[in-house]
Design a protein around this ligand. Sequence first.
Ligand SMILES: C[S@@+](CC[C@H](N)C(=O)[O-])C[C@H]1O[C@@H](n2cnc3c(N)ncnc32)[C@H](O)[C@@H]1O
Length: 274
Amino acid sequence: MNPTPETPGATADADAEALRAASFERQRRLRQEPRFPGGPAADPAGSHHERRIRSFQPRRSRVTTGQEDALQRLWPKWGLDIDGLRVLDLPDLFDGLPVVLEIGFGMGEATAQMAADDPDTGILAVDVHTPGQGNLLGLADRAGLSNVRVANGDAIILLREMLEPAALDGLRVFFPDPWPKKRHHKRRLIQAEFLDLVAQRLKPGAVVHCATDWEPYAEQMLEVLTAHPLFENTRADGGYAPRPAFRPLTRFEGQGLDKGHVVHDVLFTRNTDR
Ligand SMILES: C[S@@+](CC[C@H](N)C(=O)[O-])C[C@H]1O[C@@H](n2cnc3c(N)ncnc32)[C@H](O)[C@@H]1O
């Protein structure tokens, strides 16, 4: 009788196979080889950046055939690895369009929608999530968009090492990981040190647009942006903004709304002081 998943032999075989696959995956990551030939690198910035507290959790999620196809076909043209080794020429990359950075696009539906709605703005969309990178490339391709570039890796490295001062015309951070546990608050993206860096990469007048369905994080966003000398609330009352019509509902937002969460948008301008 052939072993079935219920029999001990089959379980041992499956365990051994899983161990072999995990070991192979570890070796591949150490060699920094892409999971898909010509696609995003497994660890673009290399291990010298690994010690920093990170705002994301590396995930090993399944990549669908469609996403894999998009990564292989489109990454060489529209994708870029955040390796921390070169400074990007954004006017060249976006044919002179003003460029907004979106950190954490997830599956990219809202990104593709905003890019289609506003073809005169370039979107530099960053995430570490491979299925999402494939998904966004596929969406952009099917919609014939030429104003989206997909960056793979940690947005902090991109901001710190790969962008010129005053390179960006805006920043979007929609539904960043809320890190609800107190011991994880240090992982939250929107905090004073992050804003110091962002302020140096934004042009005067550029807008920082954040949204979250996690009330304590919304309070933190409002608090740190209000306290920062280089940012000014677009709301005269100093509070949250109503969701602008140009921001589509995002996937994580939908999940938050299903749980009865309240969503807050926060829009601040980079002021003209250097
Ligand atoms: C909660 S999801 C939200 C996704 C999407 N904006 C939405 O609303 O559906 C947050 C995303 O941010 C990404 N992320 C968090 N920190 C990041 C960083 N430092 N650099 C790049 N991506 C990051 C995560 O990988 C994740 O996909």
